[in-house]
Design a protein. Sequence first.
Length: 338
Amino acid sequence: MAEQDWLGKDFYAVLGVSKDADDKEISKAFRKLARKYHPDSNQGDAKAEEKFKEISEAYEVLSNKSERQKYDAIRSFGAGGARFAGGSSAGGGAYDDMFSSMFGGRMGGGAAGGINLDDLFAQASAAYGQPRRASGFGGFGGGFGGAQPQNPYEPQPEPVKGEDRRSSVTLSFAKAVSGATVSLKVNGESFKAKVPAGINDGQKIRISGKGKPGVNGGAHGDLYLTVHVKADETYSLEGKDIVREIPVTVAEAALGTKLSVKDYFGDSVEVKIPAGTGSGGEVRVKKHGVKSGKNVGDYVLRVMVKVPGKLTLGQKKALKAFDEATSAFGEQLAAERE
């Protein structure tokens, strides 16, 4: 829009803000009105389209510092009560008097030449520290605007989160039980990551922000670390529980017994094997597993019934007698095997 039109435009009124409104107030007012009068929301409504153009013009000027200074300067010079109307004398009359007092000299040309608005706008802008251009209105306007503000309603590229990365680390069983801090290096970047106590073999942990960079201001991706745990000869992990197989004799399993065993940490615990416990049966000792924050797992003893590899003649006879005495139980198992 040409600057000569500014004298008849009240951009502050168009946006509904005061003349001392700051940039934030101006942007807020524009967004509110743009949502209301945007052509996409008012298809076929010519008045809404015209209103949208008005508020867009007002925003373009008031949101640009140099344009706003120029607009305020021109508006202030044109708001002193005089009107640009015909009927002056041949020498310029009231027009010449007004502009002589404003700019320190008479403006030539008289009534026949009219008022030179090019000079008016140039001098008004110079009074506010803007550079003076000798060209017409179009050249004047092009010299002040600089980069126009970006329309907040134009489609902006969406931020895209960066791709995730994947890596792996191998821990001893002891570190898996107690937790560990591991040193990692991804794409030349070295950093440390904490592996929580009670990590199980094959479990993954997510390390936020250590993936690839995002696009258009998007966040970094994440790093997914697969943890491999070396096997222990005696113990294994199931969640936060520490599991151990405990061997018992046929008589101990059948009759039940009490045992004193050590847990993974070396503490002695008393456990009771209930009568009739078979292989695979479990005895759980509370709060003797992995300690992770306020959570503590259990110590799980998995019963394994063992028999001698070689039997004496007397042992064989005793077992046959036992088998005959429990023949009903043997028949039940035989049925389960079918």
